[in-house]
Design a protein around this ligand. Structure first.
Ligand code: PLP
Length: 403
């Protein structure tokens, strides 16, 4: 059975060029980049080349790039740094749809006595700029808003939000883990202070991340140790992965046009085809302000997990918008924050494409999916032929339901 991988927001295939570039640094070129001898020196140069490549992808200066272990560490570093370098300020602003790397950290900070505002989103997953301005106070240490949502692909106006934060003297951080490599980013042209990215979302390995810190931003390290990364992140560098990250960023810069045009075309073909062939299917999230590779679709009156298993039986790897917790299928905090009705949130599937996907794969999904939904609806207590039975108290997860 052929594997059709359309779960690239979860993780991506490591590009063969990346593996090739990393390979010698596991074996023959094993020097420590901090060593004085030539053997470490050549590794040091390659690490610096990787830094330049990462900076090149996002319009940063190489000195503004700090290598970390993952996107989660970068997010934690940004928020904790802002709090540590502004000890008098006790207020943090984020959104209700952040990835757990931010969401659970701000939840922890709330329990520690910080004041946290999680901005609501509307039914399309969009934020209100007025609301952003309204919640910032003199006590705000940081505003952290993701660039692109991992479930729906919805893009937030982070450059505009950065301007608002800046005008109020507040640090602005964006979790750009899902955005980097999918849309052009030029930090030379905006006022974003800190930005997180993660290797495994852009065809580098899992376990390597980056935090960008704009020159002049007050910064406090999260991992305190040696002098590595100019004292901004302790710990001997993960040399092969850093080199892989550099190569992946170079490739991503070359693939941006492919993602913008071809991958988006495949995503649109898949989405429009499914909406046309399957009644009671709804796209989650604004269809314009969205990543070019992501489609979150709810198939009403069926369970996402059942769809995923059937897709998996056909070699198709996607994700659902609910998580199986303590035996009950709980819709994700993102869909709840958007107020997606219970019956739709349960049957939501996320397809996320990459440059490795082909038209044949999309055609195959379009062939396989309609009978799967039909079969599952036939056994659904809530579905009666072509319409829903008047079953649904249609529990609405309003924005207030999100934590
Ligand atoms: N932020 C977003 C938006 C993500 O999608 C992810 C990963 O799923 C992360 C942060 C965490 O990145 P990592 O897995 O590298 O810790």
């Amino acid at each position: 059975m052929k594997t059709i991988y359309v779960d690239n927001n979860a993780t991506t295939r490591v590009a063969p060029e990346v593996v090739e570039e990393m390979s010698p640094y596991f074996s023959e070129l094993y020097g420590n980049p901090s060593s004085m001898h030539f053997f470490g020196g050549q590794v040091h140069s390659k690490v610096e080349e990787a830094r330049e490549r990462v900076a090149g992808l996002i319009g940063a200066r190489p000195q503004e790039i700090i290598f970390t272990s993952c996107g989660t560490e970068s997010d934690n570093t940004a928020i904790m740094s802002a709090l540590e370098s502004n000890p008098g300020k006790r207020h943090v602003v984020a959104t209700r749809v952040e990835h757990p790397a931010v969401k659970n950290l701000v939840g922890h900070l709330k329990r520690e006595g910080y004041r946290v505002t999680e901005l609501p989103v509307d039914r399309d997953g969009l934020l209100s700029m007025d609301e952003v301005s309204r919640v910032i106070t003199d006590d705000t240490a940081i505003v952290s808003v993701m660039w692109a949502n991992n479930e729906t692909g919805v893009l937030f106006p982070v450059e505009e939000i950065a301007n608002v934060a800046k005008s109020r003297g507040v640090i602005f951080h964006t979790d750009a883990v899902q955005a980097v490599g999918k849309i052009p980013i030029n930090l030379a042209e905006n006022q974003i202070d800190m930005l997180s990215l993660s290797g495994h979302k852009l065809h580098a390995p899992k376990g390597i991340g980056v935090i960008y810190v704009r020159r002049g931003t007050r910064f406090s390290p999260y991992i305190i140790g040696g002098h590595q990364e100019e004292g901004r992140r302790g710990g001997t560098e993960n040399v092969p992965y850093i080199i892989g990250m550099g190569k992946a960023c170079e490739l991503a810069a070359n693939h941006l046009d492919d993602v913008k045009v071809r991958v988006k075309g495949l995503r649109d073909k898949l989405e429009n085809g499914l909406l046309e062939k399957i009644p009671n299917s709804i796209v989650n999230g604004d269809r314009d302000q969205r990543l070019p590779n992501t489609s979150s679709i709810s198939f009403e009156y069926v369970e996402g997990e059942s769809i995923l298993l059937k897709l998996s039986d056909n070699g198709i790897c996607a994700s659902s918008g609910s998580a199986c917790t303590s035996g009950s299928l709980e819709p994700s905090h993102v869909l709840r924050a958007m107020g997606v009705p219970f019956t739709a949130a349960h049957g939501s599937i996320r397809f996320s494409l990459s440059s490795y996907n082909t038209e044949e794969e999309i055609d195959f999904i379009l062939k396989v999916m309609p009978p799967i939904i039909e079969e599952l609806r036939a056994i659904s207590p809530f579905w009666d032929g072509s319409v829903a039975r008047s079953c649904t108290p249609c529990l609405l997860y309003t924005s207030d339901a999100a934590d």
